[in-house]
Ligand binder design. Sequence first.
Ligand SMILES: Nc1nc2c(c(=O)[nH]1)N[C@H]1C(S)=C(S)[C@@H](COP(=O)(O)O)O[C@H]1N2
Ligand SMILES: [Mo]
Length: 202
Amino acid sequence: MEKIEVKNPGQYYVNNWIIYDALDGPAIDENKWSLRITGLVAKPAEYTYKELNRMNGIEYISDFNCVTKWSIKEAKFTGPSLRDLIMKSGPAPEAEWVMFVCADGYDTPVPFDDAVDEKSILALKIDDKPLGIKHGFPARPFIPSLYGWKSAKWITEIRLMEKYEDGYWEAYGYHERGKVEDQERFKGFAWKKIRRHSEIDK
Ligand SMILES: Nc1nc2c(c(=O)[nH]1)N[C@H]1C(S)=C(S)[C@@H](COP(=O)(O)O)O[C@H]1N2
Ligand SMILES: [Mo]
């Protein structure tokens, strides 16, 4: 199994996932739930849980890093490539940001380039088991290089946008991008300008 190493300065390991719900956990009916790809795309799309499960996916082992400093060592993530899902919808060249929108009303933005990183995944399983309801069943995106608050549980929509917008935690001052290695915990730290969308289409 491939291992993704992310330098995680300032973090400590805990044995069990700590449930972090800013809002009430939603009720999900897996037969009614779907994931939509919307916004600045040529072909908006909608996927059921069954369809996502039938797709060829990726899997790897990575740490999971919460910005409040606890980390889970080496969790296994399985699911469709988020890069493939987004690319299939034909992102517009102006799309610089992606908003993950969830059934509980939570949302969080990530730069387009991180959303289409080759390790960006729509996790349907963690450690070979379907996500538990408290951990975001049916699906949550995960990007190894970013903090855990960007891993939006109960995701229902991936919206491509031109301009940055705050999500739930970002409105309280959490960082626009949240890169673990650079400890992008809060806004106001210098961070390298994100690469332009056009550079990744090669
Ligand atoms: N929909 C939703 N997703 C969310 C959150 C939330 O409050 N609502 N909390 C985030 C935070 S801060 C962390 S650390 C992880 C925690 O994942 P867990 O509850 O599965 O341990 O979920 C993230 N995704
Ligand atoms: Mo977190």
